[in-house]
Design a protein around this ligand. Structure first.
Ligand SMILES: Nc1ncnc2c1ncn2[C@@H]1O[C@H](COP(=O)(O)OP(=O)(O)OP(=O)(O)O)[C@@H](O)[C@H]1O
Length: 266
C-alpha cells in the first residue's frame, strides 16, 4: 500500500491576544506580540491509500487545525506535510464566498483547484444536482441556510474527485436525506481506495466508517491505531471526564491550556 499523506513533526503556533491593541502590536512589532499558544505539537504519522482515519478529541484539541493543515488551507508553523495526490476538504465553513452566487462559487472553487473552464462547465450540472438546493444556486451564498452551504460545499468537494478527502463534521448538518446521500458518497470513495480523514464527535459514525483513529489531546497525538483500540480508550476518557465535578473539569482544562502555552520543546 503506498503512502498518500506524510506528516512530520508538525507544530501550529498561534499568539493569544487579549485585545485588538495586542493584535495590532503583534503585526507592527518585528518580533510580534502575545503569548505563544500551540494548537498542535509534534504531530507525525503516515496515511496510506485506502486508509479511512477518524480524528477524535474534545473541543479545542486541534482536529480542525490538523485537517486544515493536511488540506493545505493553512501552513504549519514548523514541520512538513507531504501529500501524494489531490486533496479536498469538506467543512461546515467550507470557504464559500458569501457575496457570490452558488454557481459562481462552483467556478471559483474549481478554478482554485486548478480545473479549466471547460472542465468546470462539464462538472457543474453534477455538482448542482448533488447539492439539490433548487433556485438558490443563482442566489448569493449569504442568503443560504447553514445546511444549504454545507450541501454546496460537500457537492463541490466530492465531485472534483480528490485522491485525499478530509471531512470535517460535514455530516452533522443538513437533513437526514442529504446526510444519507453524503454517507453513500463517502462509502463509494472508501471502496475506490481513496484516503479519507473524518472528523466527528459521533463515535457511532467513527466506528461505522473508519478503520483507524487519531486521538488528539492538548494538540498532541495521544493515540493512533486501529479504531477498535483507540475509540474504546477515548470513550473511557470521555466517561471519566463527564463524571468529573465542574471544579475538576476546570482544573483539567487549565492544565490543557498550560501545556499548550509554549511548553513545547522544538
Ligand atoms: N486562528 C486561530 N487563532 C488562534 N487560535 C486558534 C485559531 N484557530 C484555532 N485556534 C485554537 O487552536 C485550538 C485548536 O482548535 P481546533 O479548532 O483545531 O480544535 P478542534 O479539535 O477542531 O475543536 P472543536 O471540536 O471544538 O471543533 C483551540 O484552542 C483554538 O482556540
Amino acid at each position: 500500500m503506498s503512502e498518500t499523506v506524510v506528516v512530520q513533526n508538525v507544530y501550529k503556533k498561534y499568539k493569544m491576544h487579549k485585545s485588538s491593541k495586542e493584535k495590532l502590536l503583534d503585526i507592527i512589532l518585528p518580533r510580534g506580540y502575545g503569548e505563544d499558544f500551540y494548537a498542535l505539537q509534534n504531530i507525525s504519522f503516515k496515511a496510506y491509500q485506502g486508509d479511512v482515519i477518524g480524528l477524535v478529541g474534545v473541543n479545542g484539541s486541534g482536529k480542525s487545525t490538523l485537517s486544515n493543515i493536511i488540506a493545505g488551507v493553512i501552513p504549519p508553523t514548523f514541520g512538513e506535510v507531504t501529500s501524494i495526490g489531490t486533496t479536498s476538504i469538506i467543512a461546515i465553513s467550507s470557504g464559500l464566498n458569501n457575496q457570490l452566487t452558488g454557481r459562481e462559487n462552483i467556478e471559483l472553487k474549481c478554478l482554485m483547484l486548478g480545473f479549466k473552464k471547460k472542465e468546470i462547465k462539464e462538472m457543474e450540472p453534477e455538482i448542482i444536482e448533488f447539492a439539490d438546493i433548487g433556485k438558490f444556486i443563482d442566489q448569493p451564498v449569504k442568503k443560504y441556510s447553514s445546511g444549504m452551504k454545507s450541501r454546496l460545499g460537500f457537492a463541490i468537494s466530492v465531485t472534483v474527485n480528490p485522491d485525499i478527502l478530509i471531512v470535517d463534521e460535514a455530516l452533522s448538518v443538513g437533513d437526514q436525506i442529504f446526510a444519507q446521500k453524503s454517507k453513500n458518497k463517502m462509502f463509494e470513495f472508501k471502496e475506490k481506495g481513496k484516503t479519507i480523514f473524518f472528523v466527528s464527535h459521533s463515535m457511532g459514525q467513527i466506528k461505522e466508517f473508519c478503520e483507524k483513529a487519531i486521538w488528539l489531546e492538548y494538540g498532541e497525538i495521544k493515540q493512533f491505531g486501529p479504531v477498535n483500540n483507540v475509540i474504546p480508550e477515548y470513550e473511557k476518557f470521555l466517561k471519566e471526564y463527564k463524571s468529573m465535578t465542574n471544579e475538576q473539569q476546570k482544573k483539567f482544562r487549565e492544565e490543557v491550556m498550560q501545556k499548550q502555552r509554549g511548553l513545547a520543546t522544538i
